[in-house]
Design a protein around this ligand. Structure first.
Ligand code: IMP
Ligand code: MG
Length: 177
């Protein structure tokens, strides 16, 4: 049985997210024109954002997925990253664009970026739905950011608390005392 949580107001609406995905998708299409782009979606949080962005990417694009987890607490990243599911495809010589739900401390993506760079791609960049710069504990910067978000725990549009609320079509927060 999943715990109940109290949710706050809508922070980013479905329409705002869709519009932003269209803008970023167009930007990505232009930046990667003529290149061998592969989108790497990070399961499970990035699925909704990835499908939204990829609709707006013109030209050839491959997709693949990875599943990562960081050990430890529910709402805080522990700093230790584990790969639960690796890529199926070979990224050698390709332009990798990691699609992530949120960059908080930056630990997960700092690790992943280094890991993928070790496989000799032509480039590795990051497109995240949300950026929470107040949580950052690394130098990591995302290349494409949907929205900067406030220092609250976010759910919806793929993001969860205890596997709940991923299906909400908008972004909101969990109210904590
Ligand atoms: P980082 O390694 O601290 O940047 O954490 C990134 C990962 O932690 C994300 O991929 C999310 O899965 C999770 N995370 C961080 N902040 C939130 C949040 O506010 N809501 C839901 N998940 C979060
Ligand atoms: Mg995640």
């Amino acid at each position: 049985m999943l715990a109940e949580y109290e949710l706050g107001e809508v922070i980013f609406s479905q329409k705002e997210i869709e519009d932003r995905a269209a803008v970023l998708g167009a930007e990505i299409s232009k930046d990667y024109e003529g290149k061998q782009l592969i989108l790497v979606g990070i399961l499970r949080g990035a699925v909704m954002w990835m499908s939204e962005v990829m609709k707006h990417i013109t030209g050839d694009v491959e997709i693949d997925f990875m599943a990562l987890s960081s050990y430890g607490a529910l709402t805080k990243s522990s700093g230790v990253v584990k790969i639960n599911m690796d890529l199926n495809c070979d990224v050698t010589g390709k332009d990798v664009l990691i699609i992530e739900d949120i960059v908080d401390s930056g630990t997960t993506l700092t690790y992943l970026k280094g890991y993928l760079e070790g496989r000799n791609p032509s480039s590795v960049k990051i497109c995240t739905l949300l950026d929470k710069p107040t949580g950052r504990r690394t130098e990591l910067e995302a290349d494409y950011v949907g929205f900067e978000c406030p220092p609250v725990f976010i759910v919806g549009f793929g993001l969860d608390v205890n596997q709940k609320y991923r299906n909400l079509p908008y972004i909101t927060s969990v109210v904590t005392e």
